[in-house]
Design a protein around this ligand. Sequence first.
Ligand SMILES: Nc1ncnc2c1ncn2[C@@H]1O[C@H](COP(=O)(O)OP(=O)(O)O)[C@@H](O)[C@H]1O
Ligand SMILES: CC(=O)OP(=O)(O)O
Ligand SMILES: [Mg+2]
Length: 402
Amino acid sequence: MKILVINAGSSSLKYQLYDMTDESVLAKGLVERIGMDSSILTHKPTGRSEVTEVSEILEHTTAIRKVLALLTDPDHGVIGSVDEIEAVGHRVVHGGEFFSESALVDGDVKSKIRQLFDLAPLHNPASMMGIKASEANMPNVPQVVVFDTAFHQTMPEHAYLYAIPRVLYKKHKVRRYGAHGTSHDFVSKTAAEFLDRPLEDLKIIVCHIGNGASITAVKGGESVDTSMGMTPLEGLMMGTRSGDLDPAIVPYVMNKEELTVSEVNSMLNKHSGLLAISGISSDMREITEGMQNGDANSKLAFDMYEYRLRKYIGSYAAAMNGVDVIAFTAGVGENSVVLRQKVCENLTYLGVELDEKLNEVRSGEPRRISSANSKVQVLVIPTNEELVIARDTHRIVQGSKS
Ligand SMILES: Nc1ncnc2c1ncn2[C@@H]1O[C@H](COP(=O)(O)OP(=O)(O)O)[C@@H](O)[C@H]1O
Ligand SMILES: CC(=O)OP(=O)(O)O
Ligand SMILES: [Mg+2]
């Protein structure tokens, strides 16, 4: 079965085409700047050279039409016809309390995703655009949705409630939901397999640090706490997101700077984090380079990022009354030798002992970076959210046929 996996953002659309007979990726790509003057489509058929097209792509339906055209193109394509795509899997960030599992898309599922627009204004409308665009271009193909929040539905009440009037939870569903669950789930399972130990016995802290960043306490295979909250703004400092802050800052700044709700949201989501503190970039590569070249603001941004991550690791060790495994994943977690080193340097009280040589190894495979004596196994586990989405889609579509 060939499955197209789609991760739609408000102005972007990432895709991967899988052949599920061997879980191989036939092609992948990215459409950027949808709705802007020159959109860029980058398409990479596996084992062949990448193609880039610049054109005007005003909305997601056109974006998917162009992707399908490239997937079937005589020169750059990997399939003979769109009919070969038997299912589409979509990443949806917010499933609220409706979804603790992936689901086959129908009218009810779409209505629930729509009801969650208010809780995830930056993410869910974009996912819905991706679903509608796929339905328009592939009307008879089953669509499956895989939620970032689903894995975290096991969190206990004391972890997911905010200490605010309970009526806000009852009326408006104000609570913590978390995100990146697909990755936290995959990485914790892969860590247990890598160590050849039963997942049920392990206390694992997964640090998913990429563009968006979140950290999860996984006990016995279940999420017991996670750093993202009602929206993906809470928790760690990120590329452009503030992470945790005193909530009183929001009304204070709105008042002083005469900001609207949308302006303050934009400030916290798009103009904060590494970008705000460094004044240079939201990209950890540039921050590290700036720091190594003596730029004080880059060093401060790095130090704040590392310090906050380390504090969360300590608090999740407390949440689980111990930790057996710390797993680093996503763009920064998989690649930043210096970030991992600085974090681990200050976790000796937990029994963490980093092996500096192992930490410097670069590979796309799961690997251990702690020393043989370390009480806590520190691992780097490359995440693969798209593969999980493809597997869930495959399972659900097969199940719906039988
Ligand atoms: N070699 C590296 N060193 C440090 N950070 C890196 C490196 N490579 C990638 N990154 C970071 O990873 C981030 C992207 O992470 P990724 O998980 O791909 O994000 P997303 O999937 O959310 O777009 C980049 O913004 C960059 O900061
Ligand atoms: C939920 C979230 O933060 O997603 P991303 O990492 O793709 O920005
Ligand atoms: Mg990501």
